[in-house]
Design a binder for this molecule. Structure first.
Ligand SMILES: [Zn+2]
Length: 183
């Protein structure tokens, strides 16, 4: 069963150039996501802080728009294609990730429930069960090495409150190898 696109708030994170490729909007149009449901989160500042602030905003938006049930997080350098369509399925799961290329990090997709924030759908209700910050990079004791990306941190917090997680196929990823992902 597919989710209802009118229930999806799409957050496109830009880093930090504020550009969104038209192909992303075209894809969302083709899935009948209303334009009023699409938000671009750009500007300067840490993407992790931005996402934590967005979660607060999402919950307050839902108070005014109770029909919203899902957030689809997209990074602007991730381009959904027809191969991405399964991310609209799996209505029973709280988190539905979508795989995309993250070279050269071979550990990025180790587990079947591994997901990253560049393309993932999250049930808004799940955020109500979590304390902020929802997203955080974690480091080793010396602070010299990232041991988990913000996505891995979110995943562990979600699992602690019993969230169900799955991953589906596949989105294009065109740029940004500066981001370390390990979950
Ligand atoms: Zn990640």
């Amino acid at each position: 069963m597919q989710i209802d696109p009118s229930q999806v708030l799409v957050i496109i994170t830009t880093h930090p150039n504020n550009t969104v490729d038209y192909s992303v909007l075209h894809y969302l149009d083709s899935k009948n996501v209303p334009r009023k449901n699409i938000t671009v989160a750009g500007g300067k500042g840490s993407i992790v802080e931005k996402r934590n602030t967005l979660v607060k905003d999402i919950l307050s938006k839902q108070d005014n728009r109770p029909e919203l049930s899902w957030v689809l997080f997209l990074d602007e350098d991730v381009t959904p294609t027809e191969l991405t369509n399964p991310i609209w399925d799996s209505v029973d799961f709280d988190i539905v990730g979508c795989e995309y290329d993250l070279p050269p990090e071979k550990k990025a997709w180790v587990y079947p429930d591994t997901f990253h924030m560049g393309c993932v759908r999250v049930r808004i209700e799940l955020f109500r069960k979590l304390k902020l910050p929802v997203f955080m990079f974690e480091y080793n004791e010396e602070g010299t090495r990232i041991t988990s990306c913000e996505c891995g941190y979110f995943k562990r917090k979600a699992l602690e409150v019993g969230a169900s997680i799955t991953r589906r196929e596949y989105a294009e990823h065109t740029a940004g190898k500066t981001w370390v992902h390990t979950a």
